[in-house]
Design a protein. Structure first.
Length: 382
């Protein structure tokens, strides 16, 4: 049995329990609308503490992740607070704590032994996809807007992005990672990032009805019970309405290349009329060249990694991005000063030395493998 070292609380993450016969449904409601429910270290610690507690309780049959906000489920990790924390001291201790906790929570959800329902209504991006992606049943709505926009702030699509982006239709994950392009709930269902789309106004009915289900002590039966229940609420034929899938041939023509330089050339020379593709390419061109090259290597070199090895590799990447990269400058320009004029260094892909990218994938950050120790407690091997 694993228990957290402390029982953390944060008023921006609300926990509740709903009785259902002999069993209990645990609910996590993110409640930080000022930041579109972005997750900072304190919020993540509270989630870790409660999820571990519920995991070890025999009466907990199911867990629900959602937010009361109509605008956002979770806009991602609170990278603004992360960078401010990094600026307050000479070391990267704050980043070590942040990424150790965030990645552990993401991994914990992925391997959670009990079914988890994630109701992803509204903006669901970056770290929001990280906590959504591992849930057993992922429900989106007509208001859902998704993206992995890290290239815009000089980072990379982390929170397990190496794993789940590589499991999308060929060429698509790389396109989404390099451009930060947005897609909707119908797209999410079509590409396998959600099990179904339900109308947002049915949420309360869905959540209340969970207490009327015949939960048992068998976890696999409970997973099937939950999925069958949700199937009665989802909209039929949604996957066929995906505009993203209709663009797949174009996307593949742009990204299925041998090098990032070839992809860069394809993006810059594309002269089609599709407004969504144009906007996606603008996102790439405005992003960090260092991030672009790192993302290409991240995804192309990580397709065969296990989930655990993905998170350990992303741990090294994240800490190295915090020591020397465009990450701090990107957050400054986009989220702190908001001048939207990041000074990328270097400013062009061709000026980027190969050893600089190799450094990002190394142990050059000099930190202990604290995440490895935490993940091994959950699953010793893999």
């Amino acid at each position: 049995m694993t228990t957290p070292t402390k029982d953390f609380h944060d008023p921006r993450v609300l926990f509740s329990e709903q009785q259902s016969g002999h069993y209990t449904i645990g609910t996590v409601a993110v409640d930080n609308p000022r930041t579109l429910n972005a997750l900072d270290l304190s919020m993540l610690r509270a989630m870790e503490s409660k999820l571990l507690e519920w995991r070890d309780r025999e009466d907990i049959a199911c867990v629900v992740l959602h937010a009361d906000s109509e605008k956002a489920f979770c806009a991602g990790g609170d990278v603004k607070s992360l960078i401010i924390g990094l600026q307050s001291e000479p070391s990267i201790r704050f980043a070590v704590e942040y990424f150790k906790t965030e990645y552990f929570v993401d991994y914990l959800i992925q391997v959670y032994p009990k079914p988890i329902l994630c109701w992803a209504d509204g903006i669901t991006m970056g770290g929001g996809i990280g906590i959504m992606n591992g849930a057993s049943c992922r429900i989106v709505t007509e208001r859902t807007v998704m993206a992995m926009p890290e290239i815009a702030i000089g980072l990379f699509p982390d929170v397990g992005g190496t794993y789940f982006l590589n499991r999308l239709p060929a060429g698509l994950g790389l396109f989404l990672g390099l451009t930060g392009a947005r897609f909707n709930g119908s797209d999410a269902v079509a590409i396998g990032m959600a099990e179904g789309l339900a109308r947002s106004d049915r949420k309360q009915q869905v959540l209340v009805g969970l207490s009327e289900l015949d939960w048992t002590a068998d976890r696999q039966s409970n997973r099937e019970l939950l999925q069958n229940y949700l199937d009665s609420f989802v909209e039929a034929g949604v996957a066929g309405e995906s505009d993203l899938m209709k663009r797949l041939d174009t996307v593949r023509g742009l990204t299925m290349k041998a090098t990032i330089a070839e992809i860069d050339g394809a993006f810059r020379s594309w002269d089609g009329a599709d407004a969504w593709i144009k906007d996606a390419i603008r996102g790439y061109l405005a992003g960090s060249p260092t991030s672009a090259k790192a993302i290409f290597q991240q995804l192309s070199g990580g397709s065969e990694l296990s989930l655990k090895k993905v998170f350990l590799r992303e741990w090294d990447l994240a800490l190295n991005f915090c020591t020397r990269s465009d990450f701090r400058e990107g957050v400054r320009a986009r989220l702190i000063d908001k001048d939207h004029k990041p000074n990328w260094n270097p400013p062009a892909l061709a000026q980027l030395a190969e050893d600089e990218i190799d450094r990002l994938f190394s142990k050059g950050h000099g930190q202990d493998d604290l995440l490895a120790g935490k993940l091994s407690v959950l699953i010793p091997e893999g």
